[in-house]
Design a protein. Sequence first.
Length: 183
Amino acid sequence: MIIGGAGGQGVLTLGKLFAISGMKKDLEVLCLPAYGAEMRGGYVYCTVILSKNKEIFSPVISKCDFAIFMNENSYRLLSHFLKEDSYLFVNSSLIKIDKKNNVFQLPATHIAEEIGDIRVANMVMAGATFFLLKKFFFPFRVSDLFYGIKNLMQDKKSQEISKKGVIEGWEKMKKKWTEISRK
């Protein structure tokens, strides 16, 4: 998968969270960050490989099954990594796209504001993405993300609000999936 956004949107935290959660499930994991020289506001992305195979031969990807884009610029710059049938998650609070197939638009920034901290928009996307990863690839549970949050964040307050973001994203995606499945 590829995760893209601007510095300060929690893109690298999201990548690390997926990696730690994957390790908990005894998957082979690789997380490779890339970012510009700016501290905040510059581009940032990371690739995350989760595999049941015993070896990952390269940290470099040419195409991916999943993508998360937190802003418009990351979508424009990184969408060429998407496979034809890949799953795309976009923060629709900041991105508007017309592509329909396998695109899940979630107003993550808006949801995070409602939770009480805009910084958990990445956790909203984590919950939504893991719901679909569970459906198609790996037997993930919300508790796997909670494990990752606990190992990534020292501050209890940050842990609790991040868990709220994960739950919101998971539930929103579950609801969307139910609506899609009925059609």
